[in-house]
Design a protein around this ligand. Structure first.
Ligand code: GDG
Length: 468
């Protein structure tokens, strides 16, 4: 097998196993933002992607899909339970999202995390060409940078963290806090979504490891010497092209009109699109909306909230409970307020094709992003990119990475239910002129800072640090 000059390492390979036209199983490239961001570069530079194919207990040889060379890492069912559902999604995820749900600390989960991270690192080290580049992604693989460095000191290593990094007072809970910091510091560049995340990380490095930190640079002991690692923000974005194309398509626009009509052409459609996750503030949003209806500030004949909650992590307990809570709240509000012809909330626990998502964005007068904590929140950027008509209002939580950039959104603290209710009313009542003024500014920001700009700036920083 030929070595690759550019190796992406992520928990998942960018493919799904689906049924082909003749009933046979085939691999289909999954439409995630990360693939879109990296695909052109991977093709040009002799790239490879190391990751898990999504099925437990399946050993696969390297293969190609959609023009990308894929290197599968196998996981046993027990490893999926302990490394992925356990340590990644029930320890790190809640801890790094400010303990919105209680993190579970189990030593056997940590052991599985170390074992699986080593397997990913070994696959990356075996794939990278001499002096090549390895770009590691996200919280499932925080130990991989240092493990790759030990195996392959010749390669340049980048790491990008897609979720928040917590303040030191919270981070300090992690029983393996020093090991994780050392794992991340194996990278030459450690990228975060917000400046705040990078600051928290650097504080943890100074306080826990006592390494010297100057601005964004950390002096990391390396053998007998010292090397420099850099940690700073590289806010991720979306590939705007498909959103602009879909938003301009006649059939998609007709579908948006059809959605409005099928909801009874209410005066205002409000929309939420989230993975069904406790970080997304879906309960807070529904509570605020329910109170506005109960108080008569909104009337069920005039408004509908469409809530897409795509299924997520259904084997983790916290997610099972969350789903029950949300579905109870939705059915109570609908039961109390619906008429024969109008429903307060149209709740969809389903995933949809991207065409349908864009039609929904175009149909929605108000987009509600009320996350309690969110690394970035790409839904906010997708909504803005799609509004080629300069209409619509984005209500955006201060606790998302997107809030640093999208200053012309209606900003909210989702914990403040009265404030959230007022923000929803501001959005519902906003004049078309004011909508246009804000949306033009939001769109400029997203269109000028798309995902290409993100990956280029990360890779430029990587060559700069390596060249020092
Ligand atoms: C993590 C961080 C950070 C959702 N439902 C459907 C669907 N989606 C798509 C959205 C969007 C993506 O999934 C979700 O991205 P978000 O950024 O909103 O949130 P996370 O999944 O939590 O992502 C986050 C991100 O990583 C990137 O770094 O921004 O903070 O938590 O693209 O459109 N897409 C389709 N059907 C659905 O039903 N097609």
């Amino acid at each position: 097998m030929t070595a690759a000059d550019f190796v992406v390492v992520a928990n998942r390979l960018p493919v799904d196993r689906v049924e082909g036209p003749d009933g046979e199983e085939i691999w289909r490239t999954s439409p995630g933002g990360l693939v879109a961001a990296l695909e052109p570069m991977m093709r040009n530079v002799n790239g490879a992607w190391v990751g898990w194919a999504g099925q437990a207990d399946v050993e696969l040889e390297p293969f190609e899909a959609g023009g990308i060379r894929l290197i599968p890492v196998a996981l046993s069912a027990e490893e999926v339970a302990e490394y992925y559902e356990g340590f990644a999604n029930d320890t790190i995820w809640p801890l790094y999202h400010d303990v919105i749900a209680p993190p579970q600390y189990h030593r056997e989960w940590w052991d599985a995390y170390v074992t699986v991270n080593r397997r990913f690192a070994e696959a990356a080290a075996a794939t990278a060409a001499p002096e090549g580049t390895v770009w590691v992604h996200d919280y499932q693989l925080q130990l991989v940078p240092q493990m790759v460095r030990e195996l392959r000191p010749d390669v340049t290593i980048g790491y990008f963290h897609h979720i928040p990094f917590p303040a030191h007072g919270l981070y300090a809970q992690l029983p393996w806090r020093d090991q994780v910091l050392r794992g991340l510091l194996g990278a030459d560049v450690i990228g975060f979504q917000r400046a705040q995340d990078a600051t928290y990380f650097l504080t943890a490095v100074r306080r826990r490891l006592r390494y010297e930190v100057k601005g964004a640079h950390v002096s990391v002991p390396d053998g007998d010497g010292v090397r420099t690692a850099m940690a700073r923000a590289f806010p991720i974005s979306i590939d705007t092209t498909p959103y602009l194309e879909l938003a301009a398509r006649e059939d998609v626009r007709a579908r948006a009109a059809e959605i409005r009509a099928s909801l009874g052409n209410p005066k205002r459609i409000l929309l939420g699109v989230d993975r069904l996750d406790y970080t997304k503030g879906i309960r807070h949003r529904i509570k605020a909306y329910g109170e506005l209806l109960a108080e008569g500030r909104l009337k069920v004949e005039d408004v509908t909230l469409v809530q897409v909650a795509s299924p997520s992590r259904e084997r983790v307990d916290a997610y099972v409970h969350l789903r029950d809570e949300i579905e109870l709240a939705v059915s109570r509000i609908n039961g109390d307020t619906d008429t024969m012809g109008h429903s307060a909330i149209r709740y969809l626990h389903q995933g949809f094709p991207r065409e349908e998502m864009v039609a929904l964005y175009l149909a929605a007068d108000v987009m509600l992003v009320t996350a309690l904590r969110d690394g970035m929140n790409l839904v906010a950027k997708e909504y803005v990119a799609t509004r080629v008509d300069d209409r619509g209002v984005l209500v955006l939580s201060e606790f998302t990475g997107a809030a640093d950039e999208l200053r012309q959104a209606v900003r909210v603290n989702p914990h403040d239910i009265e404030g959230l209710k007022d923000a929803i009313m501001t959005a519902v009542e906003m004049t078309p002129t004011e909508q246009g003024r804000r949306m033009r500014s939001l769109r400029r920001r997203v269109l000028d800072n798309d995902v290409d700009a993100w990956s280029s700036s990360f890779l430029a920083a990587l060559s700069e640090v390596r060249g020092r």
